[in-house]
Write a protein that binds this ligand. Structure first.
Ligand SMILES: Cc1cc2nc3c(=O)[nH]c(=O)nc-3n(C[C@H](O)[C@H](O)[C@H](O)COP(=O)(O)O)c2cc1C
Length: 207
């Protein structure tokens, strides 16, 4: 069984299928900020890994790790559980997070402890470990109603909170469509850098 030991650092997970797009640029700035305060920060692009969505085999109820699907998530799990800080970045696709980000989040199901009552009670193997997260979403439309950005943020916030993360900040980025458009908004990039620093510093304060 995988050891759920927090080794520190930040994992930044990107959910865009488009390489070199706005989410990727945002991630570069989150990482820059974190590294400026001397925190180890690693990037995982979900699109670079081959894995299935959760099939509800429920083997993790007993095994306490994902033993039902031995795919590339096995490379991500140790990075994920080892990092005390987490940054999730997703473009908004159809008023929500991307299918990549959703599949990734669903595969975190193995970190829960479930009991057999129905409706089921649960706890997280990751709770009370001082885990902290920042979430960000990138959308074309300006108004929240038109873009769905609030729903996308909520779709990341709720599962992370359920897993035991404190969300220390959320960054909604609206009005960017073309690849690289976000570069026209230096204030957004500097917010990402500041949040990378803030997350890094908040982890240091835990020591
Ligand atoms: C399939 C698809 C669905 C999209 N749906 C939305 C949407 O519902 N709301 C919105 O504001 N933008 C939507 N967009 C625009 C993207 O959010 C926008 O282009 C974003 O900058 C992409 O981020 P990326 O460059 O990191 O991939 C959609 C784009 C695609 C390709």
């Amino acid at each position: 069984m995988e050891q759920l030991k927090v080794t520190g650092g930040i994992l930044c997970v990107g959910g865009s299928p488009r390489a070199g797009g706005n989410s990727d640029i945002l991630i570069r700035h989150f990482l820059k900020g974190a590294r400026e305060v001397n925190i180890t920060a690693e990037e995982v692009q979900i699109r670079d890994y081959q894995f299935q969505t959760c099939t509800a085999c429920e083997r993790c109820r007993k095994d306490k790790s994902c033993t039902g699907l031995l795919d590339d998530m096995q490379f991500i799990y140790p990075k994920f559980s080892g990092a005390q800080g987490l940054i999730l970045v997703s473009p908004v696709y159809n008023y929500n997070i991307t299918a990549l980000m959703k599949s990734f989040i669903d595969r975190l199901y193995c970190y829960y402890n479930f009991d057999d009552e129905r409706p089921g009670k649960w706890s997280s193997q990751l709770q009370n470990q001082g885990r902290k997260a920042v979430i960000a979403a990138v959308a074309e439309q300006i108004s929240s109603e038109d873009s769905g950005i609030e729903l996308a943020l909520k779709a990341m916030r709720l599962p992370l909170e359920a897993l035991g993360y404190e969300i220390i900040a959320e960054l909604p980025v609206s009005g960017v469509f073309q690849k690289g458009r976000i570069l026209k908004y230096p204030e957004v990039l500097s917010s990402a850098e500041s949040l990378g620093k803030q997350l890094g510093n908040s982890l240091k304060n835990l020591k």
